[in-house]
Design a protein around this ligand. Structure first.
Ligand code: SAM
Length: 285
């Protein structure tokens, strides 16, 4: 190989390596910042909680600390009379804790697996929180009403057994179940099933809104039910839906976080009012 060809090759490889190394460094910084955001949220959450024991682990299946912090603060501020959630767990405990501190309100929680329902109930017993929660455990049943999952799908549409007892005037609906493995767009029925139990100010919070299926669900709800849809870039993504034209008084975000759009340059810590970016990244925005 001629010398200048060799030099050119070495230059190209060196430049590619430098790019890769810069990208790797950026990824690591970003991971550390994301982790720090969750630890920070957890720390603020702990300060707000009155429970004496520990929360279930908050990695993997459960909601993330940043979601729980926002949820707890929203309930403490807005004092809802009725919260409904689909998918029980750490969120059940955190919602019940906020209601007890408020001294008012109730949570109706739908759970499809006895094993996890029992676990959740035991944590509520240990914390003497059972009076704030009506935990409805029942296997999923076929859902034959409107759905995003096609009628001929391999896994037919299913949802929690409909039990509307005492469900009137929902202030907050937290959608975190059933899991995606039960059928495609598994969470879709939440709004069709409960829409006529909403008030003009009902808020709907969808966890995992970074996932395409959950985004599609929210977009369809927004269109069919005339809801406003805001994406908040928490770790797993939070979609907040409200009735169009709902009273601004009740929809003021708890900690006045910046209202942000769905944009890759927006990081989870922005939702907490923090900015960990490097100075040069700030200028380029
Ligand atoms: C996304 S999880 C619900 C999480 C709940 N909102 C929380 O904050 O922990 C949805 C469902 O997964 C199931 N589940 C909970 N923990 C699980 C685990 N460790 N492994 C498998 N499934 C689990 C439960 O049936 C739950 O209703």
């Amino acid at each position: 190989m001629e010398k200048n060809v060799q030099d050119e090759l070495v230059d190209r490889l060196t430049s590619q390596l430098r790019k890769l190394s810069n990208q790797q460094e950026k990824n690591i910084k970003s991971l550390i910042n994301d982790l720090y955001t969750q630890l920070e949220s957890f720390s603020w959450l702990q300060k707000g909680l009155a429970i004496k024991g520990i929360l279930p682990p908050l990695r993997g299946w459960p909601v993330s600390p940043d979601f729980l912090l926002r949820l707890h603060r929203w309930i403490r501020k807005h004092k809802p009379q009725l919260v409904v959630e689909t998918g029980s767990g750490a969120s059940t405990l955190v919602i019940a804790d906020a209601l007890r501190q408020n001294g008012t309100g109730a949570l109706i929680s739908f759970e499809h697996l006895k094993k996890y329902g029992d676990q959740t109930w035991q944590t509520l017993v240990d914390e003497e929180l059972t009076q704030w929660v009506d935990l409805r455990v029942g296997e999923l049943v076929l859902w034959d009403k409107e759905h995003l999952n096609p009628e001929d799908a391999d896994k037919p549409s299913r949802w929690y057994p409909l039990n509307f007892d005492n469900i009137n005037d929902i202030d907050l609906l937290v959608v975190d179940g059933p899991p995606e493995g039960t059928c495609r767009y598994a969470r879709y029925p939440a709004v069709p099933a409960l829409f006529d139990r909403f008030t003009t100010n009902t808020e709907i919070w969808m966890d995992d809104a970074k996932r395409q299926d959950e985004k599609d669900i929210c977009e369809r709800w927004a269109k069919l039910y005339n809801l406003d849809f805001e994406f908040i870039p928490l770790e797993k993504g939070l979609a907040r839906l409200t009735r169009s034209g709902a009273s601004p008084q009740r929809n003021v975000p708890v900690s006045q976080p910046p209202i942000v759009g769905q944009d890759d340059s927006v990081k989870p810590e922005h939702a907490l009012g923090l900015d960990f970016s490097l100075p040069e990244e700030r200028h380029s925005r």
